[in-house]
Design a protein around this ligand. Structure first.
Ligand code: GDP
Ligand code: IMO
Ligand code: MG
Length: 428
């Protein structure tokens, strides 16, 4: 038995898709356990980019079992579109399994996401408007529609009727939406999706536990990241799920004793899409250079990502929230041209160094990052395939992060392609 969880340590888009794709070669199964199509995971294969939103990144390997777990919220139209896109590119999608306990994103969730954001004015979260938050709200309110309900016409019709009446009322009374959703049209649309998805639907928790019992290798693909976690992120500027490693147990239906290793993906600098505090954010030319060099624009929404220096306080925090065994550092090559690089190694607040990551956004918004400046390597590292091939200054940079965060280095990525990967520790 061997199970590895890969999670994001920062604010998302660290390169989890690339790392999962690399590790998936040795795995039998790849599992998404949370979030929905707010995620955008890019995998580059022989120069072609594949953008995955709901499908686990393992789908690109023929014959791998790919599970969308119960903790995921599924937009059926989005999933069917993604599946078609993959099939059009010649990818075999027969390994997909969808949890019958996952919740379904409905059109009213998407509209609620939009009007709720619109009503927040300067307090907006900057969501992806995919209906993620409203769908998890219904799940927690115990009125959500699960995949198992969608597969049963009578059950689905009854739940939809009840929910739609309430949502239409809410949309009109609170948000002034005059045109109600039509029950019959929505029912017909979703029952058609149900028929198309039916062959993939099963009890994935049971399947996964059988697979683990057979001694097979399982890779859990985190979406979003630690700082976007509902409990442990910069609340309320977070997503509505649990991207952290513990979320894998809840969102896939396996016990914590089954997890062997947790790998934290760290982008070699910091980025954030959407609103919320970001202590090491750069507003100067260096930030703009990183954005340009790294093409830092969102995979899902195309929004420019906010850019900043690498923050070891964020990574250290991710270390204990997730119980990280190793770091996987990505996009180190994006810093190739910089004459100097900085790492934030502490937060100063009112003259003192904070010993823990602050819960208060007011405090986090006022901390002064304590930076260590290191010399850049100013050379092209994208061809390096061993740690020794990296320039000394690049090694010094990642080692400084590892020491400041207290977590050993496991993987270093120097380009988007599968081959552009340096392995310091095998994960399986
Ligand atoms: P995810 O959401 O964590 O999977 O990350 P995204 O796919 O949203 O964003 C990461 C981007 O960086 C993608 O375009 C990847 O192809 C790319 N990428 C991953 N690792 C590297 C790397 O080491 N170097 C470079 N230059 N690009 C990388
Ligand atoms: P991957 O898996 C980066 C951010 C949104 C917004 C906040 C809440 O590709 O790393 P939501 O639509 O989830 O309610 O939005 O979370 N967000 C992400 N940022 N990468 C992601 O996923 C994200 N998923 C959500 O920008 O700030
Ligand atoms: Mg992404």
């Amino acid at each position: 038995m061997s199970a590895v969880v890969v999670i994001g340590t920062q604010w998302g888009d660290e390169g989890k898709g690339k790392v999962v794709d690399y590790l998936a070669e040795k795995a039998d199964v790849v599992v998404r356990y949370g979030g929905g199509n707010n995620a955008g995971h890019t995998v580059v294969l022989n120069g072609s980019a594949f953008k995955l939103q709901l499908l686990p990144s393992g789908i690109l390997y023929k014959g791998k079992i790919c599970i969308i777990g119960n903790g995921v919220v599924i937009d059926p139209a989005g999933l069917l579109k993604e599946l078609k896109g993959m099939r059009d590119k010649g990818i075999d999608t027969s390994g997909l399994r969808i949890s019958n306990r996952a919740h379904v994103i409905m059109p009213y969730h998407k509209l609620l996401d939009e009007v709720e954001e619109g009503s927040r004015g300067d307090q907006k979260i900057g969501t992806t408007k995919r209906g993620i938050g409203p769908c998890y709200m219904d799940k927690n309110a115990r009125i959500g529609i699960r995949v198992v309900d969608l597969m049963d016409e009578a059950e689905f019709s009854a739940k939809l009727k009840r929910n739609l009446a309430a949502k239409n009322q809410l949309l009109k009374a609170v948000y002034g939406v005059e045109k109600p959703f039509d029950y019959e049209a929505m029912k017909t649309e979703y029952l058609d999706y149900a028929n198309q998805l039916r062959p993939f639907v099963t009890d994935t928790s049971a399947a996964l536990n059988h697979i683990l019992a057979e001694g097979k290798k399982v890779l859990f693909e985190g979406a979003q990241a630690t700082q976007l976690d509902l409990d442990h992120g910069t609340y309320p500027y977070v997503t509505s799920s649990h991207p952290i490693a513990g979320g894998a147990c809840v969102g896939a239906g396996v016990g914590p004793t089954k997890i062997d290793k947790v790998v934290g993906v760290v982008k070699a600098y910091s980025t954030r899409v959407g609103e919320g505090p970001f202590p090491s954010e750069l507003f100067d030319e260096v930030g703009a250079t990183i954005r340009d060099e790294g093409h830092e624009y969102g995979t899902v929404t195309g929004r420019p990502r906010r850019c900043g220096w690498l923050d070891a306080c964020v990574v250290r925090y991710a270390g204990y929230i997730n119980g990280l065994d190793y770091l996987a550092i990505t996009r180190l090559d994006i810093l190739d041209k910089l004459p100097t690089v900085k790492i934030c190694v502490g937060y100063q607040y009112k003259g003192n160094i904070l010993s823990e990551f602050p819960a208060s956004l007011k405090v986090l918004g006022e901390v002064k990052p304590v930076y260590e400046e290191l010399p850049g390597w100013q050379s092209d590292i994208s061809g390096a395939r061993t740690y020794a091939e990296l320039p000394e200054n690049a090694r010094r940079y990642v080692e400084r992060l590892s020491k400041a965060a207290g977590i050993p280095l496991g993987i270093i990525s120097v380009g988007p392609d599968r081959e552009q990967t340096i392995i310091l520790h095998e994960m399986f």
